[in-house]
Ligand binder design. Structure first.
Ligand SMILES: Nc1ncnc2c1ncn2[C@@H]1O[C@H](COP(=O)(O)OP(=O)(O)OP(=O)(O)O)[C@@H](O)[C@H]1O
Ligand SMILES: [Mg+2]
Length: 255
């Protein structure tokens, strides 16, 4: 799969009389994984919503492979952008298989049945996320982490060229956090992922964008962005930054 190129150009998003996203410009190159980090309320989810066509920017543009998502249909975007949201509702009477199969709908018209290709894509996604044993269970009966994996599988079945994920490791145990981010890295799609865990972000992201008060205060490699001075200024924490013994990426130790 080839990754889409995402270009966020001077995006502002306003709500309740203030700028939740304040002049953000950011590029995700084809195949690149970019992590969006920043404190609670810094605008990560608000920015991601401008990309997957929920928050219409007051100014600026969001381009996927050069096309303005806000000039394209929701369906056009759904065919290219796979989305995993923070806290999805779970109170609907569908099985795991049904929920994952919803990911194919972007590529089908209302009257299309599921063909062999759809079934193969669906089974592959269930397998990748370790969900084959849970496939017939009601979605509502799953644990938080199991649900999260289902929502990732649903995004994968759309075979997106860009993944937009809002804290996809939410609810996952350590093993599943690593597995998920490895899967994203292997998928070949481009990805913009909001993450709270700075060390996971450093291990898996090619570049990071640190938001504070809706503005990008640093964009660069994890090494460039995760400095003790900046972490003190933005999060108000005292840290030392070591080298990860296996990956060589920065390892933030909170003092
Ligand atoms: N519709 C809205 N009206 C008013 N304020 C909003 C609205 N949506 C979000 N906000 C506020 O905008 C700020 C940014 O919210 P956002 O959800 O983007 O933050 P975040 O970085 O994703 O935070 P978290 O790490 O907690 O998920 C917060 O202060 C939030 O309360
Ligand atoms: Mg958020």
């Amino acid at each position: 799969m080839t990754g889409a190129r995402l270009r966020i150009e001077g995006v502002h998003y306003l709500a309740a009389g203030r700028a939740l996203v304040d002049d953000v410009s950011l590029t995700v190159e084809s195949g690149e994984i970019v992590g969006l980090i920043g404190p609670n309320g810094s605008g990560k989810s608000s920015l991601l919503r401008t990309v997957y066509r929920v928050n219409r920017p007051a100014a600026g543009r969001v381009l996927v492979d050069g096309e303005d998502v806000w000039r394209r249909s929701a369906r056009w975007v759904a065919q290219r952008v796979g989305v995993v949201l923070q806290d999805m509702p779970a109170d609907f009477p569908l099985t795991v298989r049904d929920v994952v199969a919803m990911g194919r709908s972007a590529h089908k018209s209302l009257l299309d049945g599921d063909d062999d290709h759809d079934a193969a894509v669906l089974d592959a996604a269930l397998g990748l996320l370790g969900l084959l044993d849970l496939a017939e269970r009601p979605f509502a009966s799953l644990s938080g982490g199991e649900r999260q994996r289902v929502l990732v599988a649903r995004a994968f079945t759309a075979q997106p060229s860009l993944l937009v994920m809002d804290e996809p490791t939410n609810h996952l145990d350590v093993r599943h956090q690593l597995d998920l981010l490895h899967l994203v890295a292997e998928l070949g799609a481009s990805a913009l992922i909001a993450l709270h865990d700075l060390n996971l972000a450093a291990m898996f992201c090619d570049r990071l964008c640190l938001l504070d008060g809706g503005r990008p205060v640093a964009v660069g490699t994890p090494r460039e962005v995760l400095t003790p001075d900046r972490l003190a200024a933005v999060y108000g924490i005292d840290t030392v930054v070591h080298d990860h013994p296996r990956t060589g990426t920065p390892l933030v130790v909170v003092l």
